[in-house]
Design a protein around this ligand. Structure first.
Ligand SMILES: *[C@@H]1O[C@H](CO)[C@@H](O)[C@H](O)[C@H]1NC(C)=O
Ligand SMILES: *[C@@H]1O[C@H](CO)[C@@H](O)[C@H](O)[C@H]1NC(C)=O
Ligand SMILES: *[C@@H]1O[C@H](CO)[C@@H](O)[C@H](O)[C@H]1NC(C)=O
Ligand SMILES: *[C@@H]1O[C@H](CO)[C@@H](O)[C@H](O)[C@H]1NC(C)=O
Ligand SMILES: *[C@@H]1O[C@H](CO)[C@@H](O)[C@H](O)[C@H]1NC(C)=O
Length: 411
């Protein structure tokens, strides 16, 4: 089973509310541009005319907005150069205000809007001090709040305790109130990528109260250490492009549900050998760090990214200390380019990881840091278009092992 289907099953089991979150988290086998991999949370639909003529229906719809009769609980005011928030009918549950020039969030705007479940205020010009104190906290039905792509300097506080999804990416957040996280017990998804967060801001903040938290994104910040006190419900942790150099030995002990860990573009150098021994881990991205050594690969891991590190030799005994024929490892894909390898990995790798289909070697670096090529740049096990199905397992294992290095399937 591939990662996508495995994860979709997990998310399916957790309920359909996870679907949006899953969209946020796109697993792509060949993604190369991690910097761009952080997907925008609002997906522009080119088929929608965002400047559609304004409906005058129903009567209480704000003049600037569009209230489609088919969606009586939604009001669309996005992409209209609005500078202020229009009047919100009290029946509104879903409010779209993204892509405007709104600078302030005032108490009067939301006075009657107590039914609101979802507010999208992303892509505006909101500054923290222009948000009236407590304006969101009064909205006791609010589940989803998009404030990404604004000019916030501070984590919004207070917020309603029922909130489930909070998107704060692409702001300038460098302040967090000491109690900012305390009440957010129903949060499942918290996105704080692309802010100015540093270690001291997260100290003493109780993420562990968030007993339903499944996804936390902290990419493109200024962290030097792993975020403390994460809840055991966590499945997806994004820490790309920080300055983390170290993972404490027992860090993941309480995070056994972790399915994806992204830590590319950090300063990792030495990590405990068995640090990633997590039975649910499917994707591990440690590209663009300073790792020198291989480490233990957990059984369910499918995709491993360790490109652009300082690895001289992938010691297969470390990767895979023993083979259990009843419980094969699931690894299918390794990215290894821009390391210091002098030779491809030992063919023993296919005994340990029988599902392996691609090892990407690309260019390697020599002592002087110059690019060198190994005999193989990309190793592919199965022919193009062929399914990597368990049934193929026996196919040519023996043949491959006897063949010279990478045999007939490499090119
Ligand atoms: C890393 O984050 C910094 C800002 O903190 C940004 O300027 C840089 O482009 C990011 N690099 C990558 C590879 O994403
Ligand atoms: C709130 O509702 C009251 C009563 O329906 C109405 O008079 C008032 O104008 C509304 N205020 C706003 C800001 O929509
Ligand atoms: C949290 O979610 C549960 C289940 O949906 C709900 O019953 C509860 O009222 C919510 N808590 C708050 C503080 O809204
Ligand atoms: C990984 O963890 C399991 C139990 O969780 C343990 O039995 C096993 O020895 C560990 N393997 C390594 C290499 O640490
Ligand atoms: C690989 O690691 C094992 C266990 O640490 C060690 O005994 C062995 O010498 C290593 N092999 C190479 C080629 O470095």
């Amino acid at each position: 089973m591939d990662v996508l289907s495995q994860l979709s099953i997990i998310f399916f089991l957790l309920g359909t509310e996870m679907q949006c979150q899953y969209e946020n988290y796109e697993l792509e086998e060949d993604y190369d541009q991690e910097a761009d991999a952080y997907p925008p949370t609002f997906h522009f639909n080119p088929n929608v005319d965002y400047r559609a003529p304004y409906f005058q229906y129903p009567a209480d719809c704000a003049r600037e907005c569009f209230c489609p009769p088919a969606l009586p609980r939604s009001m669309f005011c996005d992409n209209r150069k609005l500078k202020t928030i229009p009047n919100i009918p009290s029946r509104t549950e879903q409010l779209n205000l993204q892509f405007n020039e709104i600078e302030a969030v005032t108490t009067t705007s939301f006075l009657n809007a107590t039914s609101l479940k979802e507010i999208d205020l992303s892509h505006n010009k909101i500054k923290s001090h222009k948000i009236d104190y407590g304006v969101f906290a009064k909205l006791s039905n609010l589940q989803q709040l998009h404030l990404d792509h604004n000019n916030l300097e501070e984590f919004p506080f207070p917020l309603p305790n029922g909130l489930e999804r909070l998107l704060l990416g692409y702001n300038e957040i460098s302040r967090v109130h000491v109690h900012a996280m305390d009440g957010l017990i129903n949060l499942t998804m918290l996105d704080l990528c692309n802010n100015q967060l540093h270690d001291s801001l997260l100290k003493g903040k109780s993420f562990s109260n968030m007993k339903k938290l499944m996804q936390i994104n902290l990419c493109n910040n200024k962290l030097h250490s792993m975020p403390p006190d994460l809840p055991s419900s966590l499945m997806y942790l994004s820490l790309e492009n920080n300055s983390i150099s170290f993972i404490p030995k027992n860090y993941f002990q309480g995070l056994q549900k972790l399915a994806a860990l992204r830590m590319s573009h950090n300063n990792l150098q030495d990590i405990p050998y068995d640090i990633f021994n997590l039975s649910n881990l499917v994707e591990l991205n440690l590209g663009h760090n300073k790792l020198k050594q291989a480490f233990y690969i957990p059984r369910n891991l499918e995709h491993l990214y360790i490109e652009d590190n300082e690895i001289e030799n992938v010691n297969i005994t470390l990767l895979c200390p023993s083979i259990d024929p009843l419980h094969y490892h699931h690894l299918t894909y390794i990215r290894l380019e821009k390391n210091r390898l002098k030779a491809p990995i030992s063919t023993y790798v296919f005994f340990c990881f029988p599902h392996m289909h691609t090892i990407y070697y690309g260019e390697q670096k020599n002592l002087a840091g110059e690019a060198i090529h190994l005999k193989t740049q990309v190793f592919r096990r199965f022919q193009e278009g062929e399914e990597d199905d368990n049934d193929h397992e026996e196919r040519s294992e023996q043949e491959e092992m006897e063949d010279d290095e990478f045999g007939p399937y490499s090119y």
